[in-house]
Design a protein around this ligand. Structure first.
Ligand code: XMP
Length: 519
């Protein structure tokens, strides 16, 4: 499954920058298709006539450590416009005869730069010949490559923007893709429209039709199964397949007993009743709670839930007979391997259990219609597919569900108490118009009982923790700052309405050092 790959595009050659995905997003936001390719994999044949421009990304390496970043140099000899960003700027400079070395003064963060000359790349980029850009470099170009001229300089790096207008080669030492750079998007827009002369070709309305067409041709008359969690990604996949193949699609929705209050009712109402999708509802509450009995280790909980989920999924999928395909909501960021450029493995914090991609044994072909899309694009596609705004804007919910919001052992009693607390919290956020300002919010039940006094009586009950965070992508997060009146109201509502909780605390840690979930 792929997009209509005959689309004109900007190819981003990834050298491992943490911002590579941002470059692709900015270009797509401007209405142009962009694709990321690892520098080790790119071959000069990839540069066909659909590639209208190449961007060389930043990266953690040094240009003089040549062995660590071998790539097919022919890609930058193809007479196609090139924009080098940060490390990409240094590679481009070195390749065309410039010199790069460690800077005496490294530049990290916001830096003022001064315009020296003009060129298409910087049209409307400067204000009064100056602007602020975001830098992150220890090396710098110190000898200009042949035929290039200096367009802008900072105090510490003379060759901050350079250009060879005859060959359409441009290099910028800073990161135009991050929002901290003033007018960064203008510079990217100048590159793709004025220099590469790309036409706008990227809209999710068009992609909806393309994707439906592709699904039809991939799966033909065969049956497809889809693990539905009720979250945004699997819901969009299900609806896309529903439009493409209707009753040949079978969604399997497993109620683990660890879902939010009334979640199963909502999923059934939306998918079975409203969208009329074939939905197999599996109530496995008892099986999950039995398997989780006396387990308190977070990783063990995750593994048990993951394995059981696959077992149940396979059990029901087999009953359907003659299924050839499995649809899942793999997104573009899951595919891109930019983090492996340095060879370093990011240390494992938690083994995330995602329902997609798990039943390997089943020998099914994969249908992954979202694999070239970013999360915000998936949301837009969902709206194009007539999924409700409420469904599209839902906060993320982890695969292991409430199990990782009840540190320690899980009991039916605790799940019941927590479902209520979470329900009141989320309802209050919606009632006060706060839900959409917050990236993710939930209640957790801590395995501690504390003393309270209610109606002159001593109580000894659980502690409820509330967490609400703001974030871009869940990788980093900050706590949401509530007004005292709101937090006071929700705390009394929870304590007064739920037997089993007599104290509420609000989590004010950011990520890092904490994570979003407790376990
Ligand atoms: P953390 O806790 O790692 O969470 O800061 C980041 C985001 O991922 C979600 N999350 C999970 N999602 N399976 C999932 O599908 C998991 O095991 C899992 N653990 C965390 C979390 O809710 C947050 O949105």
């Amino acid at each position: 499954m792929s997009l209509d790959l005959s689309l004109d595009k900007i190819l981003i050659v990834d050298f491992g920058s943490q911002f590579t995905q941002l470059i692709a997003r900015r270009i797509r936001e401007l209405g142009v298709f962009s694709e990321i390719i690892n520098h080790k994999k790119v071959k000069s044949n990839d540069i066909d006539n659909t590639v209208k421009g190449i961007i060389l990304s930043g990266g953690p390496l040094n240009v003089y450590e040549i062995k660590k970043y071998s790539f097919d140099k022919k890609i930058i000899e193809k007479k196609i416009p090139i924009l080098g960003i940060c490390f990409g700027h240094q590679i481009l400079s070195k390749f065309y005869g410039g010199k790069v070395k460690q800077s005496k003064n490294r530049e990290f963060g916001l830096v003022n730069i001064q315009k020296k000359k003009t060129c298409l790349l910087v049209k409307n980029f400067f204000k009064k010949n100056r602007t602020k850009v975001w830098m992150s470099h220890a090396d710098q170009v110190f000898k200009l490559p042949k035929n290039f001229k200096v367009i802008a300089s900072s105090q510490n790096s003379k060759f901050t923007i350079i250009a060879d207008e005859t060959r359409n080669f441009y290099g910028v030492q800073f990161h135009p893709e991050v929002t901290h750079t003033d007018n960064g998007k203008v510079l990217i827009s100048n590159f793709i429209f004025l220099i590469c002369k790309t036409k706008k070709n990227w809209s999710l309305k068009n992609q909806k039709f393309e994707l439906i067409k592709e699904i039809k041709s991939q799966v033909g008359n065969n049956k497809v199964i889809c693990a539905l969690s009720g979250g945004v990604d699997s819901s969009v996949v299900a609806q896309l397949l529903n439009k493409a193949i209707g009753k040949k699609l079978y969604c399997i929705f497993v109620n683990t007993g660890l879902l939010r209050k009334n979640e199963e009712k909502q999923v059934i109402a939306t998918f079975k009743k409203k969208l009329r999708i074939n939905l197999i509802y599996v109530n496995a509450e008892k099986e999950f709670i039995k398997n989780l009995k006396n387990i308190s280790d977070p990783e063990k909980k995750r593994k048990i839930i993951g394995k059981l989920f696959i077992k149940i999924f396979e059990r029901y999928a087999k009953k359907l007979k003659n299924v050839k395909f499995l649809a899942q909501g793999t997104l573009y960021p899951d595919l891109i391997e930019s983090k492996s450029v340095t060879g370093s493995q990011t240390s494992k914090i938690k083994s995330h259990h995602n329902v997609g991609g798990l039943p390997k044994k089943m020998n099914l072909k994969l249908v992954e219609p979202l694999k070239f899309l970013f999360k915000d694009e998936v949301r837009k596609l969902g709206l194009e597919l007539n999924l409700s705004k409420e469904m599209i804007k839902r906060h993320p919910f982890p695969g292991p569900g409430l199990a990782i919001r009840i540190p320690g052992v899980i009991t039916n009693e605790k799940i019941k108490i927590l479902k209520e607390a979470d329900f009141y919290f989320i309802k209050a956020l919606k009632d006060h118009g706060l839900y959409n300002k917050i990236w993710q919010a939930y209640a957790a039940l801590l395995p501690i009982k504390t003393v309270g006094v209610m109606g002159d009586n001593r109580t000894y009950e659980y502690l409820c923790l509330l967490r609400a965070i703001t974030s871009e992508d869940g990788m980093t997060a900050d706590f949401y700052y509530f007004k005292k009146s709101f937090i006071q109201m929700i705390s009394s509502k929870i304590v007064n309405s739920i037997r089993g909780i007599n104290r509420v605390v609000y989590d004010v840690t950011s990520k890092p050092p904490s994570t979003i979930e407790l376990e």
